[in-house]
Structures are given as C-alpha cells and as structure tokens.
Design a binder for this molecule. Structure first.
Ligand code: HEC
Length: 236
C-alpha cells in the first residue's frame, strides 16, 4: 500500500464513522429519551380530550381529512398508554332523543322536481318518460304515479311484479325506489335504489309531473310540519 492508499482507507473509515454517528444522532431525535417508548413528534392537538360521542355522531364527515385520522389514532394510542386524558364523556346532546325522519309528505313539499329530473337520468337507460314512449329494458313511465302496478301494455313483466295489485302511490313508489329488490323480491329491475330520502322525493316530484294532470302530494304529517316549517302544496 502506498501513501495514497492509506489516505483513502483513513478517509473511508472517517466517513463510515461519521455516517454511523449521524444516523445514531438522528435516531435519538426520533424517540423521546425522557419518556422512553414514546415518539417525540406529536401530531397537533394530541393530548386534548376528544369527545368520542361527538365524533361518532358526526361520522364519517367528522374525520374528513387524513390529518384527522392521524390525530384520532395518535390520541387513542396515547389514551391506551395513559399519557393523554380519557375521552370526554358524552354530553347532554347524546341523551337527547333522535328526531324521527321527516315523512314523505314533508319531503315532497320541499322537493325539487328539476333536481329529480337530473337524478332520473340514471333511469333512462332502461325507461322512457315521454307520453307514448317505447318500452325498453323497463316499461315506459309516463303517468306512472297512480298507474296500475305491472300492467303497462306490451311490456313483459316479471312474475313478481305482474302479480302485484293496486296502483303506484307516491308512498309505494318511494318504497320501491329505495330498494326495488326489497320492495318486491324477485322483480327484474336491475337497479340498486336511491338511498337518500330527499333525492328520492325529488325524483317522485318529477314523476308526479309526468301525466295529463300532476298527481297531488300526500299531506305532510302535522308533527313534522312544525319542525320542517313546510306547508302542504296542493297540486304539485
Ligand atoms: C337497469 C335497468 C333499469 C333501471 C336503471 C331502472 N329501471 Fe325501473 N324497471 C326496470 C325493469 C326491467 C322493470 C320491470 C321489473 C319487473 O318486471 O320485475 C322496471 C320497473 C319499474 C317500475 C314499475 C313500472 C310498472 O309499470 O309497474 C317503476 C315505477 C320503475 N321501474 C321506476 C324506475 C325509476 C324511477 C328508475 C330510476 C331512478 C328506474 N326505474 C331505473 C329496469 C330499470
């Protein structure tokens, strides 16, 4: 080995020691040596009691950002280790009885038929809405409110729908559109349903306009009229 070999070897060793020392210093920064086992980095807000009941009530919008997720899981593990206060007990709000969902009449009184028409775009791959429109995968839906269930001429209904009695009221259609498969088991309408009650009411308001004369809405139930502030809108 000549002199330069020695210099190169020495520099390599110095560098290796430096890297090892540097990473060891860095690693100690990550752990909290005063409180072993805990990260020294703490997400913002950790340690403040979280009202879990409040969080549960607002789920899932209460955890809207990934930061909130981290904050909650950081808090929960800190509670488990006893380094953060326990969750705040549910306040008096949790004890308050839940309001009953608004009845269909109330929802229809404030329904928006234009929005319903937009929502009903999901139906047009199978249904036509115009007067005299052709049956497609599903029957034509002109004047469907008040029409006899499962009797549109020229459409081959499933046995399940063909044996139904009576006609389509708003309530019956609401039930059907919430989940066709549950409303009439064994029917062949390949559509999961519309979960949101107001979205459904909007579609019903639109369907109610399809016909020679719009079908009047059912009256809102008195108990919910006061809460919703809506009055019965006769006619439309
Ligand atoms: C994938 C196709 C498809 C979609 C999408 C669809 N339907 Fe249907 N629908 C059908 C079929 C098929 C039937 C007949 C079911 C049977 O005979 O069992 C039907 C039946 C109906 C009936 C009963 C008609 C009658 O004459 O009794 C109504 C009401 C109805 N659909 C409304 C809707 C509405 C409103 C939408 C959109 C929100 C919709 N459907 C979306 C295929 C569909």
């Amino acid at each position: 080995m000549d002199r330069w070999d020695w210099v190169r070897t020495a520099s390599a060793i110095t560098l290796a020691i430096g890297v090892a020392g540097g990473s060891s210093w860095f690693a100690t920064q990550l752990v909290n040596s005063d409180y072993p086992g805990q990260p020294s980095y703490k997400p913002a807000g950790l340690g403040a009691p979280i009202d879990l009941a409040q969080l549960q009530r607002s789920w899932p919008s209460g955890l809207s950002t990934p930061g909130d997720d981290n904050r909650l899981s950081g808090y929960m593990s800190a509670v488990a280790k006893g380094t953060a206060p326990h969750p705040a007990p549910a306040g008096p709000v949790a004890a308050a009885p839940a309001l009953p969902p608004p009845d269909l009449g109330t929802l229809l009184a404030s329904a928006d038929a234009a929005k319903g028409k937009a929502t009903a775009r999901v139906c047009v791959s199978c249904h036509s809405f115009q007067q005299g429109g052709a049956n497609g995968i599903g029957p034509n839906l002109w004047a469907i409110v008040g029409r006899t269930v499962g009797r549109e001429p020229g459409f081959a209904y499933s046995q399940a729908l063909a044996v139904q009695q009576g006609s389509w009221s708003y309530e019956r259609l609401d039930h059907w559109l919430m989940s066709p498969a549950r409303a009439v088991p064994g029917n062949k309408m390949g559509f999961a349903g519309i979960r949101n009650p107001q979205d459904r009411a909007n579609v019903l308001a639109y369907l109610g306009q399809l016909g020679a004369a719009p079908t009047p809405f059912p009256a809102p139930q008195p108990a919910t009229v006061a809460a919703g502030g809506g009055a019965a809108k006769p006619g439309r």
